[in-house]
Design a protein around this ligand. Structure first.
Ligand SMILES: Cc1cc2nc3c(=O)[nH]c(=O)nc-3n(C[C@H](O)[C@H](O)[C@H](O)COP(=O)(O)OP(=O)(O)OC[C@H]3O[C@@H](n4cnc5c(N)ncnc54)[C@H](O)[C@@H]3O)c2cc1C
Ligand code: FES
Ligand code: FES
Length: 475
């Protein structure tokens, strides 16, 4: 049985655990406010809130997810809130009111998703900036109002949902009419829910579901051998001295939220913001990103440059594999059917080493890369002592640039070294033309991204004019 709270009602159900949450909400509970448009996590029309007890069990934390690619199973033990669950008796909640005041809804199909995402902002964003609001609604697409009216409403929410610069407490959000009063009782109700994972004897792993449900939602409905690993609790991010370990079920948002990790990897949030939208980051796991084995998987490229090691578990046994040896060929990886990625470990950058990530995609949010690249470089007296470089979208696998790294080791950092390294990289990569761009374009991007790493990290040593040809100035 799956047990959870849907809005203000406790649900106990033996419905198919692998049906999507949105289908359960709409068809089983007849709550039609949550809309379905793309069924691929791309538009945000199906956004719902997921509340769960914080690790210290002292409060409830809320996040958004796209319910069209989330299995019902992942709702177990949680508080799921649809737009109906945000209704306040006989009047609009404050977010709905600001959307209405600003004429921010036309056909209305996207509106429930925007309402839920903006309420999530009210419940969470600490410093209450407009940037955080844009993050909160980065996964919501409107096809008819244009965004000006929605952004105007969003700015009003930003202005009104704080008190002396700080976020409103749950009690204040209720008093100010942002959320209904029953939210105050959810903490006690969640504690009384069955928190024991019902899981998990099957072999076919489902984590966040963001790849699986886009590719094979119908097949999953019939499957009988599934293992919903997000039910398996474990600490997601742990740092000891210079070592970081992340559990395989850590979500991208766990990395985004870890203050310690953000202190140790400068600009981490800027990089992670480039991965999809907030709602997808709240579901997408690091283990899922590796096993999906996409040549442009952002976390694969990211962690290749950090020279991550994977702990792969099979029952009580385990083995360790370097991420750079994990990808064998297109969509072929070094993992067996009954194995799972339990842990990922890597050394953190320190005072003599620098990490940098770049991604080019057709749009900034909610898009996968055309080419992406990451670098970790250690140096002393302007000489490279160690380097790890990865690039995606230019080979059958997320590519660790073995030869380029070998060449760069022990070299002086200057423009000439960089230009020679690019020559070597060009022999290591083999891009193909596809919907994301021609082979030539991807090669050009890979070249530009390698230059971008060095120009950003070593502005003193790399002479911009020596490595970059300005269009129109080429001889
Ligand atoms: C709208 C949208 C936007 C996206 N944008 C991006 C993007 O910008 N960048 C990007 O890199 N990706 C993107 N993705 C892809 C996806 O979100 C990621 O690949 C994600 O990390 C997959 O994780 P998951 O937990 O959802 O995997 P799932 O779908 O649950 O699983 C994927 C595969 O991994 C296996 N698996 C999962 N966890 C484990 C484990 N611990 N051990 C062994 N096997 C495991 C599953 O069996 C399955 O085969 C996007 C997806 C969507 C829907
Ligand atoms: S229906 Fe588009 S994200 Fe779910
Ligand atoms: S109001 Fe029609 S899609 Fe946004």
């Amino acid at each position: 049985m799956i047990e959870f709270i849907l809005n203000n009602k406790k649900i106990t159900t033996d419905a198919n655990k692998s049906m999507t949450l949105v289908d359960f909400i709409r068809e089983n509970r007849n709550l039609k406010g949550t809309k379905i448009v793309c069924r691929e996590g791309d538009c945000g029309a199906c956004t719902v809130l997921v509340g769960q007890l914080c690790r210290d069990k002292k409060s409830v934390s809320y996040q958004t997810i796209t319910s069209c690619i989330s299995p019902l199973a992942n709702a177990h033990g949680k508080h799921i809130v649809t737009v109906e669950g945000l209704n306040i008796a006989n009047k609009l909640n404050q977010v709905q009111q600001y959307l209405k005041d600003n004429y921010a809804s036309q056909c209305g199909f996207c509106t429930p998703g925007f309402v839920v995402a903006m309420i999530n902002y009210c419940l969470n964003a600490d410093s209450k900036t407009e940037e955080q609001m844009l993050d909160a609604i980065s996964g919501n697409i409107c096809r008819c109002t244009g965004y000006v009216a929605i952004i105007n409403a969003a700015k009003k929410v930003v202005a009104e949902s704080k008190n002396e610069g700080k976020k409103l407490t749950l009690k204040q959000l209720i008093q100010h009419g942002f959320i209904p009063a029953y939210f105050a009782d959810i903490f006690e109700q969640l504690k009384s829910l069955d928190q024991i994972p019902y899981v998990v004897s099957g072999q076919e792993i489902i984590a966040g579901g963001t790849d699986l449900y886009v590719q094979q939602a119908d097949t999953l409905l019939q499957a009988t051998n599934l293992r919903y690993i997000l039910q398996e609790q474990s600490q997601t991010v742990a740092i000891e001295d210079n070592e970081c370990s992340i559990s395989g079920i850590a979500k991208v948002s766990d990395l985004f939220d870890s203050e310690e990790l953000n202190q140790r990897i400068p600009h981490l949030r800027e990089y992670l913001r480039l991965l999809s939208s907030e709602a997808i980051r709240n579901m997408a796991t690091i283990g899922g990103n590796f096993v999906n084995a996409s040549p442009i998987g952002d976390m694969s490229i990211f962690l290749l440059a950090l020279d991550a090691q994977l702990l792969i578990a099979q029952g009580d046994n385990s083995r360790t594999v370097a991420l750079k040896d994990f990808f064998l060929d297109y969509k072929k990886i070094d993992i067996k059917k009954d194995e799972s990625i339990a842990k990922i470990t890597f050394s953190l950058p320190n005072e003599n080493s620098y990490f940098h990530f770049e991604k080019v995609s057709k749009r900034k949010h909610l898009d996968i890369a055309t080419v992406n690249s990451a670098i970790l470089i250690k140096y002393e007296d302007n000489r490279i002592t160690n380097i790890d470089l990865s690039v995606g979208g230019v080979a059958a696998i997320p590519k660790y640039l073995v030869n380029t790294c070998q060449f760069l080791k022990d070299k002086e950092i200057n423009s000439a070294t960089l230009l020679q390294a690019i020559e070597i990289m060009n022999q290591e990569i083999s891009p193909i033309s596809d919907v994301r761009g021609t082979a030539e374009y991807k090669r050009l991007l890979a070249n530009q991204l390698l230059k971008a790493h060095f120009i950003k990290l070593f502005p003193e040593q790399i002479i911009f004019e020596e490595v970059v040809t300005i269009v129109g100035e080429a001889s």
